[in-house]
Design a protein around this ligand. Structure first.
Ligand SMILES: Nc1ncnc2c1ncn2[C@@H]1O[C@H](COP(=O)(O)OP(=O)(O)O)[C@@H](O)[C@H]1O
Ligand SMILES: CSC[C@H]1O[C@H](OP(=O)(O)O)[C@H](O)[C@@H]1O
Length: 396
């Protein structure tokens, strides 16, 4: 059921956010509070409220439309419920990797949560050339735990089907179906790219083999309810430092393919790597390798210790699931790279490259890499082989 706006819904102003924080007892009554709306994402309002001692909280509120477009694009408020429910589910098995939730209100589409301002959005840090040494390890552990423990391997299938219902997220999935999996592969108006890339875009639109493989990957996204996924795990949804990593913004969460979040994480690291000089790229490839290795280890340990599935001790079954997840991840990474280059929503890693000619060259390389990952995903069996594709080493 769509939930655009009930009579009790009001978009918050900065002063209303402060009043709400006090009413909820999130600050002491005599606190001197300041508030700023700091949302820089495509969809929601984010209020940062701090007291005189610089102790802060975040109040995130969904608008009944997509902020980046305006009221002409209505969007369900139910995404706030999905986001807070997903954060709570993830916290059950990976609490150190998500912000603490203080309060939720479905009618106001509000989540009050831990202020993570002492960390930096990973995309911004990576663009500055900063390294987050534990990024790959932490994301691998976060995904190994959350993707295993919300799957049929860890849940009674009846319970899992209840979760599939609870996390039914048709409007946000449609955004992904359209702007990630479909529009960039056709000459559609929503696409956005530099005129110099027109021939490259047309090559994509005319590549029948690529479109067939993109269609198969979209079909996986539409039909494979394997586990509760984050649904939009790009580096703009990760806060990080030298020691900490926190995953935010799971409003696109739903029951989908195990490889989807891995693929998006890989893709966003690869796009950052493309933006760098060659000698600074390896660190990102290392994060991909670590993320996969740690994911595989966490998922396998959880499988051995906690699987409820009768077939889980059958030789070869775990490897089959992991190999499928890896192959899907490579394909989804390719799709994400293509859509972030010629689709509606870009990434600053590529858009901020200077001078202009270098940016166009980098985007051409991104399109080439993305197409190769989608088409050759079955042949890419390891993160080392993925790195070879990235480095354009001839395939063995
Ligand atoms: N828990 C948090 N602590 C500090 N800042 C946050 C927090 N959550 C979001 N933000 C800030 O708000 C921005 C947008 O948040 P995000 O959840 O990505 O919104 P959207 O859903 O609109 O993409 C983030 O890039 C970050 O700067
Ligand atoms: C118009 S929605 C496009 C794009 O925005 C979302 O990202 P975010 O909310 O993190 O800015 C998501 O990636 C959608 O595909």
């Amino acid at each position: 059921m769509s939930n655009y706006r009930s009579s009790a819904y009001e978009p918050l102003t900065e002063s209303a956010a402060v009043a709400l924080a006090i009413r909820l007892g999130l600050f002491e009554e005599k606190s001197v509070l300041t508030c700023r709306e700091i949302g820089d994402g495509n969809l929601n309002l984010v209020f940062h409220i701090v007291n005189q001692n610089q102790k802060g909280i975040i109040i995130k509120q969904a608008l009944p439309y997509a902020k980046v477009i305006g009221e002409s694009w209505p969007l369900t408020l139910d995404r706030a419920r999905i986001e807070s429910s997903a954060l709570l589910k993830q916290a059950e098995v990976a609490s150190s990797y998500v912000p603490k939730i203080y309060y939720t209100d479905e009618t106001l589409a509000i989540t009050a949560m831990e202020d993570l301002s002492h960390l930096q959005i990973a995309r911004a840090g990576l663009i500055e050339g900063r390294d987050f040494p534990l990024l790959g390890r932490h994301i691998g552990e976060f995904l190994g735990k959350t993707l295993f423990y919300n799957s049929d391997f860890a849940l009674n299938p009846q319970v899992k089907k209840q979760f599939v219902k609870q996390f039914s997220n048709p409007e946000l999935c449609k955004i992904t179906e359209d702007f990630v999996f479909t529009d960039p592969f056709f000459d559609y108006e929503s696409n956005s790219f530099e005129e110099e890339l027109r021939q490259d875009a047309e090559n994509i639109w005319n590549d029948g083999q690529l479109k067939l493989e993109a269609a198969k990957l979209k079909h996986k996204f539409l039909t494979e309810a394997e586990t509760l996924i984050h649904g939009d795990l790009h580096t703009g949804s990760i806060f990080a430092s030298e020691t900490e990593t926190k995953v935010i913004d799971p409003e696109f969460a739903y029951y989908g393919p195990i490889g989807f979040d891995l693929g998006h994480f890989f893709a966003n690291l690869l796009m950052n790597a493309i933006s760098r000089d060659e000698e600074k790229q390896q660190v990102l490839l290392n994060h991909i390798e670590t993320a996969w290795t740690v994911f595989e280890k966490e998922f396998s340990e959880a499988w051995k210790n906690d699987s409820l599935e009768a077939y889980s001790k059958v030789d070869g079954y775990l490897s089959f699931i992991l190999e499928k997840a890896f192959e899907d991840a490579i394909g989804f990474a390719g799709i994400e790279i293509i859509r972030r280059t010629i689709g509606l929503a870009h990434v600053a890693d590529l858009d901020s490259i200077e001078p202009y000619e270098r940016k166009i060259e980098a985007k051409r390389r991104a399109l080439d890499l993305g197409s190769k990952l989608v088409k050759n995903r079955q042949a890419i069996k390891t993160t080392g082989e993925l790195a070879d594709y990235f480095k354009q080493v001839p395939v063995r």
